[in-house]
Ligand binder design. Structure first.
Ligand SMILES: C[S@@+](CC[C@H](N)C(=O)[O-])C[C@H]1O[C@@H](n2cnc3c(N)ncnc32)[C@H](O)[C@@H]1O
Length: 304
């Protein structure tokens, strides 16, 4: 499926369905023997989506999601720790960009009067709200849904929802960047920086140059083709998330943030997984994600 500048989606289609893939990984981790975190909401979303006709990945695709499970779990844990540390440092305003079915506003121990803004496409947030309401789930902070496309003028919509740019903010960008064109990525970080008061923090899942190389993409494509053929034999259609990506050269996130007054530190995915005692996949495995986790603090406002 190809992308267009103004495409939209529901939870069970196009980019929306990728949020269900991540929820699947979180549900599995929650049920595992030694989970890095507990997300009881993930399975609620999967059950509700199935009731609405979503067919969970089967066979080869389900196996592949399992393969990236340790990566997804480590990523979730890292962002959890980021928000907890931001709260401990006095930040009370959080913005989760492309929140999808992220249930952090419900499951993390937010400090007192924290407020969490969640940005995503309208139908995705609507689905999420309906499922949580039907389970009488109560957020652990003030939670504000901000239904808007991140390629549009989301800062205006965010301010209208109550966001205060004079207060320091903790921003997260998880599972988003490949779904944005390179220019939209630059604009996203420009806007975040404009809206960030001193002492704001940011956490980003960035993708190293290795991610967009012909070699990596060709290996990945070949493997997926194999899996797709296996899935077809058992009557299953297997979508490829890479068809939803913008495969373009783009700015290195750590460098961009550093050049715009953020004090930055990074950890590569393999190192992060080792920290959580999860075995990284080796270089030859196409399910290995060459990504980097970048954290920044805004110690001074950029000039101009
Ligand atoms: C892979 S999911 C990740 C969701 C969540 N961050 C997580 O890690 O569980 C990608 C999410 O990005 C959202 N998304 C992608 N492009 C977007 C855009 N242009 N505007 C708003 N949301 C977008 C999708 O709707 C989807 O929920």
């Amino acid at each position: 499926m190809s992308r267009t500048d103004d495409d939209t989606w529901d939870i069970n289609e196009s980019v929306g369905a990728t949020a269900l893939g991540v929820a699947m990984a979180r549900a599995r981790e929650t049920e595992s023997e030694s989970p890095l975190f507990l997300d009881p909401y993930a399975q609620m979303f999967l059950d509700a989506a199935a009731e609405r006709g979503w067919v969970p990945p089967q066979g080869a695709m389900a196996e592949r999601i399992k393969t990236i499970g340790d990566y997804a779990a480590s990523r979730t844990k890292w962002f959890d720790e980021f928000f907890i540390a931001a709260g401990a440092s006095g930040v009370r305003q959080a913005v989760i960009l492309a929140a999808g079915l992220d249930a952090r506003a419900w499951r993390l121990p937010w400090v007192g009067d924290s407020v969490v803004y969640e940005i995503d496409q309208p139908k995705v947030l609507q689905f999420k709200a309906e499922v949580l309401e039907s389970h009488h789930a109560r957020p652990a902070a003030a939670q504000v849904a901000v239904p808007v496309d991140l390629r549009r003028d989301w800062p205006t919509v965010l301010r209208q929802a109550g966001f205060d740019p004079a207060q320091p903010t903790a921003w997260s960008v998880e599972g988003l960047l490949p779904y944005l064109p390179a220019t939209a990525q630059d604009l996203l970080f420009e806007r975040i920086t404009e809206l960030s008061a001193r002492d704001s923090r940011i956490a980003v899942e960035g993708f190293s140059a290795d991610f967009f190389t012909d070699d990596y993409l060709a290996r990945r494509q070949a493997r997926l083709q194999q899996l797709r053929e296996q899935a077809a034999e058992t009557g299953h259609d297997m979508p490829d998330p890479a068809q939803l990506w913008y495969l373009e050269e783009r700015a290195d996130v750590a460098t961009w943030l550093h050049d715009h007054c953020w004090q930055v530190s990074s950890v590569a995915a393999d190192e992060l997984m080792a920290r959580y005692h999860r075995a990284p996949l080796d270089d030859s495995d196409d399910a290995r994600v060459p990504s980097v986790f970048v954290e920044g603090v805004l110690n001074e406002r950029p000039e101009g």
